[in-house]
Design a protein around this ligand. Structure first.
Ligand SMILES: NC(=O)c1ccc[n+]([C@@H]2O[C@H](COP(=O)([O-])OP(=O)(O)OC[C@H]3O[C@@H](n4cnc5c(N)ncnc54)[C@H](OP(=O)(O)O)[C@@H]3O)[C@@H](O)[C@H]2O)c1
Length: 295
């Protein structure tokens, strides 16, 4: 009679910063055989019952599944380009969770694929303490076969994994897109605080009202993306002229206050151009034509 042999899953982690250390702990707790490499050896000292290697090369050699999470992709490229033998990448699934740009993702994919390795590019959208939760969002893209094969190992990292297809650059591009939205909103949020301070508003009221209107605006934003997807800009929700007037009003009110005016002027200018370029009878989402220089 043959007894089923329980195979211990192996994972190697390259980079033990805040995020790498957190992921190392998660895999140790999940019972994996964990191998670690960090440029500064001292950071490996807090870990017991793991394999510590002296080189990234050895860390890659020890596991089929390798996570790289370092400061930026210049560091990732440094590590991969300085391997003693890049042939070690053959057959390995290399998951790069370092935040970076889409072009960098393609460059790294090229190095890994040239050695017949499987590349998956990722972008973690939460802080280390929020890893491993049901709501933890991680954007991933690249080799789908490797993603499916190692799905249970990915699942340790979080419950809201978004696999965005075979184009390795997609996760970095999506990260940039969501961050663009986030910082635009964030700067708007703080300008709202500035206005509130100047007019003596209760900032707790502001905070509460923002919280209450956000779900409705999220629905509106999703509707507007759908308008662009369909390419039908007939007015159904928000006629562009209303926003031309609103952003003019916002810019005017900041003119009277002694604050940096770049942001309110920028949003006013985009809307104003849309009006000047004849989009006045279209849905607000038509500003994509101005931004993309299609008009
Ligand atoms: N922390 C977060 O909240 C968070 C959230 C989402 C995404 N991320 C992303 O996760 C990645 C890592 O973040 P982190 O917070 O862990 O950063 P961190 O604490 O600053 O750690 C950076 C890591 O990169 C290593 N490193 C830097 N340059 C290197 C090089 N040239 N060669 C080899 N290793 C190098 C460092 O090694 P040494 O120890 O030798 O310096 C260290 O292990 C970043 O891309 C970040 O954007 C972080």
């Amino acid at each position: 009679m043959r007894t089923a042999k329980k195979t211990i899953k192996k994972v190697s982690l390259i980079g033990l910063g805040q995020m790498g250390r957190k992921m190392a702990r998660m895999y140790i707790d999940a019972g994996y055989e964990v191998t670690l490499w960090n440029r500064t050896l001292e950071k490996t000292r807090e870990f017991e019952d793991v394999n510590i290697t002296e080189s990234a090369q050895d860390a890659i050699a020890r596991s089929p599944f390798v996570i790289i999470c370092v400061y930026d992709n210049s560091a990732t490229l440094d590590i991969l380009n300085n391997l003693a033998d890049q042939g070690v990448l053959e057959g390995k699934t290399i998951v790069n969770l370092t935040t970076g740009g889409p072009d960098e993702a393609l460059e790294i994919e090229k190095i890994v694929s040239a050695q017949k390795g499987n590349y998956i590019n990722g972008a973690i959208q939460v802080a280390p303490d929020q890893m491993g939760k049901e709501s933890t969002t991680i954007l991933l893209s690249g080799n789908k076969k490797a993603y499916d094969e190692h799905r249970s190992t990915f699942d340790i990292l979080g419950g809201n994994l978004k696999f965005l297809g075979e184009k390795a650059a997609a996760s970095s591009a999506m990260d940039l897109a969501t961050l663009t939205w986030l910082y635009g909103s964030y700067i708007g949020l703080i300008y709202g605080v500035s206005l509130g301070q100047k007019y003596g508003l209760d900032l707790e009221d502001y905070s509460r009202i923002i919280g209450e209107i956000t779900p409705g605006f999220t629905e509106f934003f999703q509707y507007e993306i759908d308008v662009i997807n369909r390419g039908d800009y007939s007015i159904t929700q928000s006629p562009l002229p209303i926003s031309i007037a609103a952003t003019q009003r916002i810019a005017d009110s900041f003119k009277e206050l002694n604050v940096l005016r770049e942001f309110p002027e920028a949003i006013k200018n985009i809307l104003e151009q849309a009006g000047e370029k004849g989009l006045g009878n279209e849905e607000l989402a038509a500003i994509i034509k101005v931004i993309n220089k299609q008009v």
